[in-house]
Design a protein around this ligand. Structure first.
Ligand SMILES: Cc1cc2nc3c(=O)[nH]c(=O)nc-3n(C[C@H](O)[C@H](O)[C@H](O)COP(=O)(O)OP(=O)(O)OC[C@H]3O[C@@H](n4cnc5c(N)ncnc54)[C@H](O)[C@@H]3O)c2cc1C
Length: 426
């Protein structure tokens, strides 16, 4: 009997993991990727012969699925696990709040606020169970109860509402927010594979190609008729091609899918088109020295950039010290600016905290769909793995609510969708 043919839209981690599992189970696979490279949000660029992720990426010990893939491609072994230090950057000053003394000296909050923040931290570590939070509860109501008014307004409103999603805290899902906190990123062990993330993406590509998957990059999808199971696409400047398929998996952002998808039921389209994404604009740059030798992760409050990650504090293998700084919520106003203007604006903020910074190289990266906006109604419209069409499935970060959006859940979603398809079609 002929193998069933699965078309996968998007060659990010979800698409690659789905392909990997489907190929193991005797499906034919075609991956269509728009970008000139695979790996999506987790892809890398090359600087001084080293692969560096476009956007800040690290792995924590609880990311067991990511770790399994890295092991499969022999990318772990001599990597170093580290506890990281975080800081808050406010009004030109860095505050280290990792220790009780640091917290007590954190004069951005009143003394009572500092104690409340400490107690909230202890609650997160010892008591929090995100699964007990109602699906439609908003983050503000939940925070006011557990963190108090001052900490909610001066810390979480800034970090999660303004910086992360650029919507009000009372619109954000408490459950998803709590899942994020539950990961206890600040306390877990952090690492980054010595040979980079790209080895995992290249390994998955190589394995899929060995099993006769067709993987096309630089692909524009022109038309997708879900009723007739046909897809028309163009690779680079070549002539358009039309193909039939048996099964379709979508891993690309929903607004992109809806641009070319035909014959989906109207009520399904009306539902999933409510999904909104937050963009990200960031710099990745190399310097001779670290910005400071302590803080891997610096959250900025009331600034144009939102987080600084000193990558080389996790893995000091590059010719330069590598750092990212990123803006999420509100970065839609930056996404169309020329690189020079973004550099000028973002470096202006960096210099307030690190006046001596001198860059040896610096790149701007932008992504329109960095993360779904997990608002409190997310579950009422979010796509699920299964759809009203029995041979059309979703995967990727849009189906992983309420878990924190990371490589681990993207890979897991690829594995999950493949197993659902295997169960239905084998
Ligand atoms: C700034 C930032 C920091 C992050 N930090 C971490 C971290 O520290 N640790 C961690 O584990 N994870 C991190 N992540 C998350 C991680 O990168 C993602 O969860 C994961 O890569 C998502 O994989 P995906 O396949 O679901 O989606 P994507 O990577 O978005 O894959 C979708 C693919 O579809 C393609 N596509 C889009 N439109 C079309 C189209 N019309 N036709 C064909 N293809 C199309 C895209 O080019 C992309 O390759 C971070 C993400 C960002 C943005």
């Amino acid at each position: 009997m002929k193998n069933k043919k699965v078309v996968i839209l998007g060659g990010g981690l979800a698409g690659l993991a789905a392909a990997d599992k489907l190929l193991e189970n005797g499906f034919d696979v075609l991956i269509l990727e728009k970008a000139p490279f695979l790996g999506g949000l987790a892809s890398s660029f090359v600087q001084d012969d080293e692969q560096i992720p476009r956007f800040n990426h690290h792995i924590v010990k609880s990311n067991t699925i990511t770790l399994d893939y890295l092991k499969r491609y022999d990318l772990l072994g001599n990597n170093i696990w580290k506890k990281i230090k975080m800081a808050m950057a406010i009004d030109g000053k860095l505050h280290n709040i990792n220790t009780p003394i640091g917290l007590l000296n954190f004069d951005y909050l009143s003394f009572a606020g500092r104690i409340r923040l400490g107690l909230f931290g202890a609650y997160l570590i010892f008591r929090l169970n995100p699964d007990n939070i109602p699906d439609d509860m908003d983050a503000e109501s939940w925070l006011l109860k557990y963190a108090g008014k001052e900490v909610t307004e001066k810390i979480w409103h800034q970090l999660y509402a303004r910086n992360k999603f650029n919507i009000e805290l009372n619109k954000i899902s408490a459950k998803q927010f709590a899942h994020r906190l539950y990961e206890k990123e600040g306390y877990d062990d952090f690492t980054f594979p010595t040979r980079g993330l790209q080895g995992m993406i290249d390994g998955l590509e190589k394995d899929a190609t060995k099993k006769n998957a067709k993987i096309l990059i630089k692909t524009d999808i022109l038309d997708l008729d879900i009723k007739n199971k046909t897809i028309k696409y163009k690779v680079d400047n070549n002539e358009p091609v039309e193909e039939d398929f048996d099964i379709l998996i979508n891993t690309i952002p929903v607004p992109e899918l809806l641009k070319f998808m035909k014959n989906l039921p109207d009520d399904y389209v009306d539902k999933i088109k409510k999904l909104k994404y937050v963009p990200v604009v960031g710099l990745c740059f190399g310097t001779k020295d670290f910005l400071d030798k302590n803080h891997y992760w610096i959250n900025l409050i009331k600034e144009r950039i939102h987080v600084i990650y000193q990558h080389s504090l996790l893995i000091d293998k590059y010719k330069n010290k590598v750092t990212w700084c990123v803006r999420y919520g509100g970065s839609e106003e930056d996404i169309k600016l020329p690189d020079d203007e973004i550099k000028e604006k973002y470096l202006g903020v960096l210099k307030k905290y690190f006046p001596d910074i001198e860059l040896n190289w610096c790149y701007v990266f932008r992504e329109k769909y960095a993360e779904p906006i997990y608002d409190k109604d997310y579950l009422s419209y979010a796509p699920n793995y299964e759809t009203p069409i029995p041979y059309f499935f979703n995967s990727g970060i849009q189906v992983t609510f309420p878990k924190i959006r990371n490589m681990n859940v993207a890979l897991e979603s690829g594995i999950n969708v493949a197993s659902i398809i295997k169960g239905k079609f084998k």
